[in-house]
Structures are given as structure tokens and as C-alpha cells.
Design a protein around this ligand. Structure first.
Ligand code: ABN
Length: 178
């Protein structure tokens, strides 16, 4: 037998004498379970929580949580938040229809400090949702300026005129008038 073969065979026999099959399986099991538990450790949790949409603030803060009235896009909302009613901040709950007529606000995004034009569309055709009432009135004008008032049922041009909730859709970056 060549020298390398003799050395390999001796090492293998030595290893076999020192390790039982049960011990090997126990160590392998420990490695697998330990590996699976790693993401649960406290170090990994904040990293996972920081998974933010690009251009959106931290979702663990009220300004970044679409189910909170303090979410930045809701600065001029008046109604119930679609995101608490089965929809999201930009999509209506199932079974409702988004109003094609909307009112517009301008809100500052704390993530980048820029102002954005937000379209507040009512979700229509289903009973009132009643969850997450949110009344913020930045730039809101009295109802006798209908195009600038958020206190109007904008369920117009939809199959059902009953108001359910409201979404806040980013239309674009607000620019200064020239
Ligand atoms: N646009 C929200 C709303 C709906 C009904 C009545 C008042 C305000």
C-alpha cells in the first residue's frame, strides 16, 4: 500500500474509534436546530424589522405604519383607513370600488424630507368600515371649496355610492409653482 493510503486508512480508523454514530447524529442534530434558531436571536430581529420599502420610513414607527393615522401619507385624510378594513394604503378592500373622483393633499415623507402629492380616493359600494378613524386636515378647506375639502363623500361615478374607507396614493413629487 502506498504511504498516503496507509495514512488515510490509519486516520479513518482513529476517527471511527473516537466517534460513535449516536454522538455524530446528536452533534449534527444540534447544528441543524441551532442553525434554524439563529434568525430568532435578538440580533437578527432588528435587522428584519428594518426591511423598509424604498423611500418609505421605518414601518415600526407611526410615520411608517400604514395602519396608523400618523402614517405620513395621511396628512390630509378624513375617514376610515382602507389598510385597517381589508385593503392597503393604496388598494381598496375586496368588494369595494375606488372612486375615480378624489381630493388631493401634499404630505412630507420623513424618509427623504420631500413633499409628495397624495390622492385620497374613497372606497365605495360597501357598508362603512368604522375602523381606524383618521382625521387630519393639512391643507383642507371648508366644504364650500369642494375641490379642496376632505369632508365630502367622493363616491361619485361608482356603482355603489355608500362610503366604506379611504386610500392614500402617491401621485408624484410636489414641485414649487414657477
Ligand atoms: N371622503 C371621506 C368622507 C366620506 C363620507 C363623508 C365624509 C367624508
Amino acid at each position: 500500500m502506498r504511504r498516503i493510503d496507509r495514512w488515510l486508512s490509519r486516520s479513518a480508523r482513529h476517527l471511527a474509534r473516537r466517534t460513535s454514530r449516536r454522538g455524530f447524529l446528536a452533534r449534527l442534530g444540534g447544528l441543524l436546530v441551532g442553525g434554524a434558531a439563529l434568525p430568532l436571536l435578538p440580533v437578527a430581529r432588528p435587522a428584519a424589522a428594518r426591511e423598509t420599502q424604498p423611500g418609505e420610513p421605518d414601518p415600526t414607527s407611526p410615520e411608517g405604519d400604514p395602519r396608523s393615522c400618523e402614517y405620513w401619507r395621511y396628512c390630509a385624510v378624513d375617514g376610515f383607513l382602507s389598510s385597517c378594513c381589508g385593503g392597503t394604503q393604496s388598494s381598496c378592500p375586496p368588494g369595494t370600488e375606488m372612486s375615480p373622483v378624489t381630493w388631493i393633499g401634499t404630505c412630507r415623507n420623513p424618509a427623504d424630507g420631500r413633499d409628495y402629492v397624495i390622492s385620497y380616493n374613497d372606497c365605495c359600494g360597501k357598508d362603512i368600515c368604522g375602523k381606524c378613524t383618521c382625521m387630519r386636515h393639512e391643507g383642507d378647506r371648508p366644504v364650500y371649496f369642494p375641490s379642496k375639502s376632505n369632508d365630502i363623500n367622493w363616491c361619485m361615478g361608482t356603482v355603489g355610492v355608500g362610503y366604506n374607507s379611504t386610500v392614500a396614493i402617491v401621485v408624484g413629487v410636489a414641485t414649487e409653482p414657477e
